[in-house]
Design a protein around this ligand. Structure first.
Ligand SMILES: Nc1nc2c(ncn2[C@@H]2O[C@H](COP(=O)(O)OP(=O)(O)OP(=O)(O)O)[C@@H](O)[C@H]2O)c(=O)[nH]1
Ligand SMILES: [Mg+2]
Length: 233
């Protein structure tokens, strides 16, 4: 019974919301456990994993395709692709000769650690390798589900606006690297790169930042160097 007006409805709502909180807590705990399992599995295999997170269309797959071409012969690579529907992104990766598993999440807006675990069993995990996990296009929910990755990379394209770190802080707070993509479009949009970096570093003073264009190749070398450093190369 509600203390204020005595209605039973209020009690029912309160009751449900505490059940929802319990469920959320259990869900997040189960995800943390599965993520730790993935982390152990990847460490044993000698593989570093990168969780790529951005809003839809920021250029994750385009950058991955260019990256995989450049890394050929340097490290063994493999890819987990997350999308709500279709195999399109996994097919783009397979077209450059790299093994890829497509996860179709249906109504879910993010990858979780159990989904990634199932995918890991379908991929060759070679010692010294790099695994790229392209999350579902979404700046919000993927930030709350660790996957057992070695590093989180947030991508933001210059067409999205430089204020995104302020509006979607979680992902920029936890990312190891911010990649500002599509810099070839800077002459045509109002995107203040320095302002964007300042906003991101207010949340995360240590975040590394790389600006690049997968279209022109500008900045790709910086990204490849960052990957090599992650590999201790
Ligand atoms: N001008 C320009 N366009 C780019 C660049 N990178 C990607 N694009 C374009 O941006 C669009 C989306 O690219 P994708 O790589 O599919 O983006 P994504 O982040 O993988 O998209 P989702 O998987 O749907 O979230 C495509 O039309 C690309 O050609 C770039 O560096 N410059
Ligand atoms: Mg994609």
């Amino acid at each position: 019974m509600c203390d204020h007006c005595g209605c039973e409805q209020a009690e029912a709502v309160t009751d449900n919301s505490s059940k929802t909180e319990d469920l959320n807590h259990d869900l997040m705990q189960a995800n943390r456990t599965a993520a730790q399992h993935n982390r152990n599995m990847l460490e044993r295999a000698g593989v570093s994993a990168i969780n790529l997170i951005s809003s839809p269309g920021a250029g994750k797959t385009t950058l991955l395709v260019e990256t995989l071409k450049q890394l050929q012969g340097r490290f063994p690579t493999s890819v987990v692709e997350g999308d709500q529907h279709t195999e399109r992104d996994a097919n783009r990766i397979r077209a450059v000769g790299v093994p890829a598993v497509q996860i179709q999440t249906g109504s879910a807006c993010h990858l979780d650690a159990q989904m990634v675990h199932n995918a890991l069993h379908q991929l060759p995990l070679e010692d010294g390798g790099l695994l790229f996990i392209e999350n579902v296009g979404n700046l919000i929910c993927p930030a709350h589900f660790e996957l057992g990755e070695t590093a989180v990379v947030a991508l933001l394209s210059v067409t999205e606006g430089d204020d995104k770190p302020l509006k979607y802080p979680h992902i920029f707070h936890q990312a190891d690297l911010l990649v500002i993509t599509k810099t070839d479009l800077l002459p045509y949009v109002d995107f203040n790169v320095d302002g964007c970096v300042t906003y991101a570093r207010r949340l995360n003073p240590d975040i590394a930042v790389i600006q690049l264009s997968a279209k022109t190749g500008a900045g790709i070398e910086d990204w490849l160097n960052w990957l090599c450093q992650l590999q201790g190369d």
